[in-house]
Design a protein around this ligand. Sequence first.
Ligand SMILES: [Fe+2]
Ligand SMILES: [Fe+2]
Length: 279
Amino acid sequence: MELPEQGAGRPASLAAAARTIVATADLDAKIALSRRTADLWFARQLSLRRPTLDPPAPKRPGRPDRPQLLAPRDMPRRSADSRTGHIALLHAIAHIELNAVDLAWDIVGRFAGERVPRSFFDDWVTVGLEESIHFGLLRDRLADFGAAYGDLPAHDGLWQAAEETRCDLSARLAIVPLVLEARGLDVTPSMIERAETRGDEADAAVFRRIYEDEKKHVYFGAKWFKFLCDREGRPFEPTFHALVRKHFRGALKPPFNDRARSEAGLTPGFYRPLETIRT
Ligand SMILES: [Fe+2]
Ligand SMILES: [Fe+2]
């Protein structure tokens, strides 16, 4: 069955659609395109790529004029308890999720020419769709407080990981799902707990949804990282350590959620050797 056309015509390919999503600055359009691309891909109505028709992968994602993007050191400190602090927390997470939308679609669009099974793209299309849902949930939650994404400044360091790993799929998987998204597994349970403690079921439900999906994203990352290592005859953990040391500034911060990480295929031998030494 053909899916109905909505607005713009059908993209030339999955790679073209993914690159367009990354380049799109209008956030409603970015979310709608994520949904439509996932629907077309899973209905098997898109080819993977058509090199003569596909636009190049954008260097940076399209962004609206607001929020203002600041260097991490210039970000205002936020308080945890007041309404303002709560809005700032939701805004910061919304910003992370928006970057996650672009990071997932950039994996699809930039690496569409890799020799990987089709199920690789099934997984990252799923991630792109779910990140766009997470962003939408947080935008709705901000609206409950009369706020909107863009009202506050946001951190301008999150695309660095994509730039740093644009030429190497193993490095991209090491840094994006296995360092950055795995960090989400460490911090989200306490966010759920704090929301429950203050009786905020709406926040708790959003954070629980994100947590469940992010376990899957890390699992996809570990699965495909190991697939690439196996194919190249490289050992998993030393390869991961070398890539993280080369492409990621800073150490990995404990405490780690060992259980969720292990369930996702990221056992301690991957991350323990890279942790901060506390004095
Ligand atoms: Fe997410
Ligand atoms: Fe994710």
